[in-house]
Design a protein around this ligand. Structure first.
Ligand SMILES: C[S@@+](CC[C@H](N)C(=O)[O-])C[C@H]1O[C@@H](n2cnc3c(N)ncnc32)[C@H](O)[C@@H]1O
Length: 587
């Protein structure tokens, strides 16, 4: 890494420099940006996504994407096609723990394994993360959510960096994931790591996140259905459930109060009919057996008498054995909504066990996250039609979790997983061929996802192309992929000289790959058969525009390049002042 040279400066110049530095002290995060090599080629390349048909899963068109390559490249491409459209981004970056590449925990920066002994260890990591986080922020929809796993090594730096990128107001929580138990002789056994959560725009997000999914709820629903099938008599049903409940209560977590059952299923008593603070409605509710008015809550009832009567008649109210117990409202387990706790208790080894089972007993990747962690988080922050991006996808856990959650709740979420080739530059021949994306991530997803519409994915390779070589190296499929993605269309294989697809809004998107008269004629013919608007990307714009005057014709490669420049502009605009990158005080 370049060292700054001060030897040519005079003593007064050095004093001036020191004074300037002193005057620049800020609260927040400072890292040695000028000492660290920047990500390459920001202004002199274009990144295309090549379709590797032989590695795709199922038949196209493909909504799910697995992208092989450096995520800086993939993100720059995605900014051209998906700016402001990602709903959830989760990442699990290298934690910068200092362990080396030989045990596969190291990380690659600009094609080199990073030296964990460098004195710029933290700065290099921050410099690596910063542009990727900037790109992630721009990719997020206004109501989008960003989540990142991390441990103590970089937590404090990362929090300040994220405050800088997203704004401290968008910080939601730092979730503690209690993932292990340790018997190591040490001062404090560390048995957790973290998931930091930010919104893109706090106010565009609902004020409460709730999830209908909870493992105990699923269990209660299942046992409830089973017992209902076995016991028609209400008393026998309750007796059977009480016996089961006594044995299992301690495993029910937040559903431990669900001790009753009737034909509607398992339920608990809720005090939500009681007025908690100000004065409520005051009246007597006759006890069904004694006929005497039940004891009233101190502040009265939440509902007027008529509403309460209807609840009683509908069998929604729970009475005690006599009038001395205050009544409660029945709440069924199937209505249970859970909150996202700031501490998640989940054995981290589950991730490795799952992956090992998928790969026939051989673990191909160290420390994958458990899918359960991901599904748990996603049930709170994702909606059924969301796009979920993971650009440190590793073995593909997030994509797997997206598919699991869709299967669970009938959602149609799509995933984009960016995973690296992670080929070792200094290893054995076999190690040099190692490709996490192709051999672990895509392979895993192929094994666990159905090859149908929901599970099929396109396998793409992010390929940087120097701009002066663009016209020679840009393939038709790469152009077509970019065009389709930019129009929110799935990827499909380009067949023949005219790419043509009609979007759901009736707009036809065309890409004539050639510039000859036959290409123009083919395009004109297709346009004449299409009633709706036509958008065309062409290499010889005037000829196509003249042939179909109603078409909107964009020129190649300028249109792609212009849109691709967004990433360079974004990152240039986001350059923090050299000496100080403030974190906590910005709003
Ligand atoms: C901690 S692992 C992620 C594990 C993942 N959550 C899972 O469950 O499998 C980090 C991953 O990021 C990858 N990675 C590191 N630098 C990258 C880069 N510049 N582009 C893409 N992936 C990168 C590493 O190859 C590693 O697979």
């Amino acid at each position: 890494m370049p060292q700054r040279d001060y030897s040519h400066l005079s003593a007064p110049e050095l004093i001036d420099l020191l004074k300037q530095r002193d005057a620049q002290a800020h609260f927040g995060l400072v890292w040695e940006r000028d000492q660290i090599e920047k990500d390459k080629h920001l202004n002199d390349d274009f990144v295309g996504l090549e379709l590797a048909t032989e590695l795709c899963h199922g038949q196209g068109p493909y909504k799910n994407l697995v992208i092989e390559g450096d995520n800086f490249d993939a993100l720059r491409h995605l900014l051209m096609t998906h700016a402001g459209r990602m709903n959830v981004i989760y990442v699990d970056p290298p934690y910068n723990t200092g362990s080396t590449a030989s045990n596969r925990q190291g990380w690659v920066y600009n094609d080199k394994f990073f030296d964990p002994n460098s004195r710029y260890r933290h700065s290099t990591w921050l410099e690596f993360m910063y542009p990727r986080l900037q790109l992630a922020c721009d990719l997020l929809a206004d109501d989008g959510v960003f989540m990142v796993s991390i441990d103590d090594t970089e937590l404090y730096n990362l929090k300040l960096l994220l405050d800088r990128v997203f704004g401290p107001r968008n910080f939601v929580a730092n979730i503690v994931w209690h993932n292990s138990t340790s018997n190591h002789p040490t001062r404090v056994t560390v048995e957790h790591e973290y998931v930091l959560i930010y919104t893109k725009k706090r106010d565009a997000n609902p004020p409460e996140w709730k999830s209908a999914e909870h493992p105990s709820k699923a269990l209660l629903l299942e046992i409830g259905e089973q017992l209902k099938r076995e016991h028609a008599d209400p008393a026998a049903l309750q007796q059977a459930y009480t016996a089961w409940y006594r044995e299992n209560k301690e495993f029910l977590g937040p559903l431990a109060d669900y001790k009753f059952i009737d034909k509607g299923g398992v339920y608990a008593g809720s005090r939500s009919v009681h007025k908690p603070d100000a004065k409520g409605y005051r009246y007597g509710i006759p006890h069904p057996v004694t006929g005497r008015a039940c004891k009233m809550p101190a502040n009265g009832y939440r509902y007027p008498e008529d509403t309460m009567k209807k609840l009683v008649e509908g069998g929604h109210i729970i009475f005690g054995e006599d009038e001395s117990k205050i009544v409660e409202l029945k709440v069924y387990a199937n209505e249970f909504l859970t909150k996202l706790p700031s501490v998640i208790d989940l054995d981290g080894r589950k991730g490795a066990n799952e992956l090992k089972a998928i790969f026939d007993g051989v673990l191909p990747f160290n420390n994958p996250k458990p899918t359960e962690l991901m599904t748990q988080l996603l049930t709170f922050v994702s909606k059924p039609n969301d796009i979920v991006l993971d650009f440190f996808a590793g073995s593909g856990t997030t994509a797997h979790a997206v598919a699991k959650l869709n299967a669970q709740d009938g959602g149609k979420r799509t995933f984009i997983a960016v995973s690296s080739t992670e080929a070792r530059l200094d290893g054995t021949e076999e190690e040099k061929q190692k490709n996490i994306c192709r051999d672990v991530c895509a392979q895993r997803l192929r094994r666990v996802l159905p090859a149908d519409n929901g599970g099929a994915f396109a396998y793409l390779r992010a390929k940087p192309i120097l701009r002066h070589r663009l016209e020679r190296e840009l393939t038709n499929q790469v152009v077509w992929n970019a065009v389709c993605l930019a129009h929110q269309l799935p990827i499909n294989k380009l067949e023949g000289p005219l790419g043509w697809v009609t979007a759901s809004d009736g707009v036809a998107i065309a890409y004539p790959t050639g510039t000859k008269s036959a290409d123009v004629a083919k395009f004109a013919q297709a346009a004449s058969e299409h009633k709706g608007p036509v958008i065309c990307y062409a290499w010889a714009t005037p000829r196509f525009a003249a042939a179909v005057p109603r078409a909107q014709v964009f020129s190649l490669p300028e249109t792609l390049l212009g849109n691709f420049r967004k990433a360079a502009v974004l990152l240039a605009d986001a350059e923090p002042e050299q000496a100080a990158v403030a974190g906590g005080e910005e709003e």
